[in-house]
Design a protein around this ligand. Structure first.
Ligand SMILES: C[S@@+](CC[C@H](N)C(=O)[O-])C[C@H]1O[C@@H](n2cnc3c(N)ncnc32)[C@H](O)[C@@H]1O
Length: 239
């Protein structure tokens, strides 16, 4: 797999080397240009960028900032006497390990990492894999905390809980797809139309799978064992 990365402003030379040597068989071609087209991946000095849609500014990508944000948000929930729903659904806390089968922009993984959970992540869209791995390398996020794989989860020798959050929609969306980030993301990923088959396949890899859905959406697989619903999301648990 090869990905073209647009260089708007060159990073430090050691950062080029870091990227080229640590992408695990995933080849990176750098091209210098003065503009980023929609959905292109770019580097602007130290910033990692994803090109916005026509007329929109690029999105700046960074996992460390997301982890910091979640540290604050998790602490607020814990202070109010609760454990965040994602942790409850997965049955995990600090020191545990989870497979995130659908890393995306990594927001859910960052919430878990902020709570001390280690993540084995999978993402099949090359641009999103590149951004995640590059951000990890540049920001020095430990591989004990986050290990990102390109592609889909195939094995789970330690029988870890698996989190599955595909784009697949049955018309009951979680939230309006009007945000700039969401529109770009939607164009890049599409609708994950194989989500039901993937859910069946992934269920066979674990004794505990959690699927994220919109509160009113249908179950991706019939027969969930439990659910956690808030205003914005629902987590379905399959044992
Ligand atoms: C809705 S997004 C996940 C958002 C993520 N939970 C977050 O917090 O940013 C779904 C992502 O999973 C990826 N994906 C969907 N099905 C997948 C599969 N079977 N294997 C690997 N990646 C998958 C898509 O490419 C997309 O980036």
């Amino acid at each position: 797999m090869t990905i073209e990365v647009i260089v708007l402003k060159a990073p430090r030379p050691d950062l080029y080397d870091l990227l080229q040597q640590n992408m695990w068989g995933f080849e990176v071609n750098f091209r210098i240009s003065d503009a980023l087209k929609p959905l292109q991946v770019g580097i602007d000095g130290r910033d990692l960028l994803l090109g916005g849609l026509e007329g929109q500014k690029p999105i700046v990508y960074g996992l460390s900032q997301e982890i910091r944000k979640w540290r604050t948000a998790n602490a607020k929930t814990v202070k109010s006497g609760k454990k965040p729903a994602l942790f409850r659904a997965l049955g995990v806390g600090g020191g545990d390990r989870v497979i995130d089968a659908t890393f995306g922009l990594g927001r859910d993984s960052c919430q878990l990492i902020a709570g001390g959970v280690a993540i084995e992540a999978y993402e099949r869209v090359p641009e999103l894999y590149f951004l995640a791995r590059a951000s990890q390398l540049w920001e020095g996020i430990d591989e004990e905390q986050l290990k990102i794989h390109f592609g889909s989860v195939q094995t789970n020798p330690q029988n870890l809980p698996i989190y599955f959050d595909p784009m697949f929609s049955d018309g009951h969306d979680r939230k309006a797809k009007s945000g700039k980030g969401m529109q770009v993301f939607h164009q890049l990923v599409g609708g994950d139309e194989d989500a039901m088959n993937e859910a069946k396949r992934i269920k066979n890899l674990t004794n505990r799978m959690v699927v994220k859905r919109a509160p009113k959406a249908t179950q991706l697989l019939e027969g969930r064992n439990s659910e956690w619903t808030s205003k914005a999301v629902r987590f379905d648990l399959y044992l």
